[in-house]
Design a protein around this ligand. Sequence first.
Ligand code: GRF
Length: 213
Amino acid sequence: MKTLKIAVLVSGNGSNLQVLIDKMQAGKLPIDIVAVVSNKADAYALTRAKNANIPAFVIDKNEQGKTYKRAEFERLALDVLKPLGVDLVVLAGFMKILTPLFINGVKDELNAPMINLHPSLLPAYKGLDTHERVLKSGERYHGCSVHLVTAELDAGQILSQAVLEVHPNDTPATLQNKVHALEHQLLPRTIDFIARGVIDVEDVSDVYRFWGN
Ligand code: GRF
């Protein structure tokens, strides 16, 4: 089985990154995390990368202290990733919307697929504040999805989902915690399936789903 060279893009805490690091170090996931890229200098995910001796790149502000424009960030990130031979780009808590410049660059320059972890059962509840909206709509089910990244936000081919039942006493905070815990299972499982060829990102015939409670 092929060891997948992975780049993980982050903006914040990085608990999903930590799960990947832990499984990689335990020999439980056939991946090599070759880079962690953050658009925020204060993202705790950077500390997690450094503690694991993974090359960490911050693309946040330019020499004049100005936050990089979207296109500048995307070009710099591609330039960082290009020499690394990345097989898969993973967005794990990456909170910047990407434009076709980066999305096509990953496809054409890195020749790699890109996946995103999203806290809802896509195609429902794209975008932000998913837990609040799920509760307001009185949904019976909620969960998280891993999907291929395309230019349309949260709309690429769905690869996998973890599902939970919403309880009457759930709040946005309890749902967030439960979905986060599910993400920690879904992301490594999905990457494992990609590495093993169970999921073929070029030809997705089925969505892999499991129950989280
Ligand atoms: C997750 O809830 C993910 O779905 C969303 O951002 C969060 C990242 O969490 N896109 P963490 O930074 O991995 O802890």
